[in-house]
Write a protein that binds this ligand. Sequence first.
Ligand SMILES: C[S@@+](CC[C@H](N)C(=O)[O-])C[C@H]1O[C@@H](n2cnc3c(N)ncnc32)[C@H](O)[C@@H]1O
Length: 246
Amino acid sequence: MTAHEDPLGWETSAAADAYRGRDMRLAEQLIFPAVLERLGGGSGPRRLALDVGCGTGAVAARLVGTGQWTVQALDPSADMLGIARADRPHPRIAYRQFDGRSLDWLADGSVDAAVCCLVYCTDPDDGRLAGLTAEIRRVLRPGAPYLLADLNPAATGVAFSTLRHGEPGVVYSDGDTVATMLRLRDGSMMAGATHYRSLDRYRSFLTDAGFPSPAVDLPTLPAEGPPGEAPAECRIAPYMVLTTHA
Ligand SMILES: C[S@@+](CC[C@H](N)C(=O)[O-])C[C@H]1O[C@@H](n2cnc3c(N)ncnc32)[C@H](O)[C@@H]1O
């Protein structure tokens, strides 16, 4: 069932290649609409948004697709950025490699919005994420939104139609590595690892960086068909979307 014998590290070119072929249906239905809705349009056209940890560029492409944002799309992985540039080029997306922590080319208060989807769960380094969160807070203009979407820590072990993060029945603690399976479009599975953090830990990343405590959305799909046959994502949210403002 697995496409790869060993879990893939996110920094590898094999992970980038596999991630390119992921089945994005749940993310498209549950994460992207919630992020765009929470982000709002802003008041002027083509304001600057950051897509932090852009991976293959799916979120950046949706942001520019609204016609309301110019995007700097940032990632530490040269392989992810190579795929993003090839698959989702756009005159209003600037892809840029960075160290996963510092935004030192951006002035204080110079950014109108920041989005970070499925990134914290892939980085084991709390110190780097704390530094990154403080940098996002620094570069956002006062009142600008920060949207942090990630795996729902309350959904470990649940078999969703396109992913499972964690083993059924296992209780995870902050810092634990979590075996994670992603379904690819060809029907095979990508075995990877993510890093468990509780919702309180996510709140601490934000409040320690000076953000207010976030609003928490846990989107699920509407149930269709006979009761009891609905997929897990109709009952339990695979992802959470945290919204706060600088
Ligand atoms: C699961 S992918 C998500 C990509 C994209 N945001 C999406 O939703 O499709 C995780 C990405 O986060 C990147 N990443 C890992 N640690 C990071 C950090 N500290 N800062 C920014 N990006 C990071 C990885 O290189 C990878 O491209």
